[in-house]
Ligand binder design. Structure first.
Ligand code: G3H
Ligand code: 13P
Ligand code: NA
Ligand code: ZN
Length: 328
């Protein structure tokens, strides 16, 4: 059944686990997530970005998720809008039937100019007011995703800040977070701790100076009852990079967020963990392998099947690692 995200996050908080929120753009990804959820008895958060809506079209996304809900009636599913850039976009998603929306007021509506704090409070509060009236959950974001190695925003997928950023922008301030939650009354707070979207997060296995789990602990100490959200949380498994390289892909050396760091974060209030890139890498590796090993094949079903299997394997692993399994 389609459920509100607040309900799932409250249960996760009461029982001390985290929930991966997987980005979806097409049929095979939706199927992979649902199969993994069924196998592990996990609740599901599927999220669609602006890029997903552009790629698939709103109607296709809505009915793909609707099909998942109908095909797996026993599994709770949240249909979440990822990185809404304005109250109007969030309202549009609510009208379409999303049960949860993110108002990302850390950036202006252009997706690249860093917003001032009062703007963020204003737009987030506006979305909370319109969403809560109809039982829809709201995620907001305070602080900007970006690299503490380069002090640069997150440009890989085109929705990060431009130019050089400051430490204050790249790490969410606990006192400001407390003020933000009090003034907006949002349901879940995305925080900045040094992660960024995409495959190129860190040039080495991250240590505390470039991935601040400590900052999560400080925010959680100040806001023990707020559900925290980690964006840019793909782990970028080295074996997936190796598979892509083995079959002709060009991936530079890179490191993601280690699963054990996410597990530590889950002990300190992180309830929603956003993952897109790991599924992309898994599917690309599987398709490259299949076509490399079967140069004569051309039926998309034949290469999409191992891609779907590979995506499912990542989802199963994260459901187990984050403690989601068994909680559907
Ligand atoms: O928000 C980041 C997600 O990875 C979605 O990426 O904007 O390329 O769909 P996208
Ligand atoms: P990754 O690029 O690390 O998978 O992050 C996805 C994300 O944060 C979507 O909002
Ligand atoms: Na990046
Ligand atoms: Zn994100």
């Amino acid at each position: 059944a389609l459920v509100s995200m607040r309900q799932l996050l409250d249960h996760a908080a009461e029982n001390g686990y985290g929930i991966p929120a997987f980005n979806v753009n097409n049929l095979e990804q939706v199927q992979a997530i649902m199969e993994a959820a069924k196998e592990t008895n996990s609740p599901v958060i599927m999220q669609a970005s602006a890029g997903a809506r552009k790629y698939a079209g709103e109607g296709f996304l809505k009915y793909l998720i609707q099909a998942a809900v109908e095909s797996y009636p026993e599994i709770p599913v949240v249909m979440h809008q990822d990185h809404g850039q304005s109250p109007e976009i969030c309202q549009g998603a609510i009208n379409l039937g999303f049960s949860s929306v993110m108002m990302d007021g850390s950036l202006m509506a252009d997706g690249k100019t860093i917003a001032d704090y009062e703007y963020n409070v204003e737009v987030t509060k506006k979305v909370v007011d319109l969403a809560h009236k109809v039982g829809v959950t709201v995620e907001g974001e305070l602080g900007c995703l970006g690299s503490l190695e380069t002090m640069k925003g997150d440009k890989e997928d085109g929705h990060g800040a431009e130019g050089t950023m400051t430490m204050e922008q790249l790490l969410t301030d606990p006192e400001q977070a407390a003020d933000f939650v009090r003034r907006t009354q949002l349901d879940a707070l995305a925080i900045a701790i040094g992660t960024s979207h995409g495959a190129y997060k860190f040039t080495r296995k991250p240590t505390g100076d470039i991935l601040s789990i400590n900052r999560i602990k400080e925010i959680h100490a100040r806001l023990p009852n707020t559900h925290l959200v980690m964006h840019g949380s793909s782990s970028v498994p080295q074996e997936l990079l190796a598979e892509i390289r083995e079959f002709g892909g060009d991936m530079k050396e890179t490191y993601g967020v280690p699963v054990e760091e996410i597990q530590e974060a889950i002990k300190f209030g992180v309830r929603k963990v956003n993952i897109d890139t790991d599924i992309r890498l898994a599917m690309t590796g599987a398709i490259r392998r299949f076509l490399g090993e079967n140069p004569g094949k051309f039926d998309p079903r034949e290469y999409n099947k191992p891609a779907r299997e590979a995506a499912k394997k990542i989802c199963v692993a994260r459901y187990q690692e984050f403690g989601t399994a068994g909680n559907a």
